[in-house]
Design a binder for this molecule. Structure first.
Ligand code: HEM
Length: 175
């Protein structure tokens, strides 16, 4: 739903994903086959613009609030204490006291809209829908919408397959 909303609001992205003269992503696929032929793996893999549109949609419209991790060792994150025996308030002025807590919530929503420019390559104008920012950034360590590490979401490719298939038929059969 959100991919359709963003494509509607960004006609240039819609034009590129549907029929760009250089890429001809979705219309090129149907040009070489009859309507009843299913999409094969190579055709799915050729949908590179669709893929980055889906990533940018997930970045701005993620439903994931955060992922939880538990520290196994004493450690410090940006000067904040996150250790088993820690008795310091995690942030001055907050009423919460994190004593004996070793749970860390990684706020994925905020990381994906980070405006502090820790990494200016990825988050230039982070509130703008710009699918091109994901070109070659898929393996970037800030790619957090599916979590990370050993608990990385195993459904991540399935999501992209399903939304790509929906967008393919939606964009080639309707205007
Ligand atoms: C847009 C859709 C989805 C998003 C944004 C998403 C996101 C996430 C995130 C952030 C995590 C936590 C990873 C972590 O703790 O590091 C997760 C875990 C998981 N996801 Fe997804 N997910 C999606 C769809 C799916 C689908 C379609 C499936 C299955 C068919 C799935 C199965 C799982 C499972 C089993 C885990 C737990 C993995 C573990 O703890 O080892 N997810 N997902």
């Amino acid at each position: 739903m959100m991919a359709v909303k963003y494509l509607h609001a960004h006609p240039k992205a819609l034009q590129e994903i549907r029929v760009c003269h250089r890429h001809e992503e979705h219309l090129a696929i149907i040009n070489f086959k009859s309507p009843e032929d299913p999409i094969d793996r190579n055709e799915y893999k050729s949908m590179s613009l669709t893929r980055v549109v889906i990533y940018e949609t997930l970045r701005l419209a993620t439903v994931v609030n955060g992922v939880l991790r538990r520290t196994t060792d004493d450690m410090e994150i940006n000067g904040i204490c996150a250790q088993n025996s820690c008795t310091t308030d995690i942030s001055p002025g907050q009423k919460y006291h994190y004593s004996h807590s070793n749970d860390v919530l990684i706020n994925v929503y905020v990381v994906l809209r980070d405006q502090t420019n820790y990494d200016p390559i990825q988050y230039m104008e982070p509130l703008n829908f710009d699918s091109w920012r994901w070109k070659s950034l898929e393996s970037h360590h800030y790619f957090t919408m599916f979590g990370g590490g050993s608990s990385l979401c195993p459904g991540n490719e399935l999501v992209v397959v399903q939304v790509s298939m929906f967008l393919h038929y939606f964009l080639t059969k309707y205007r």
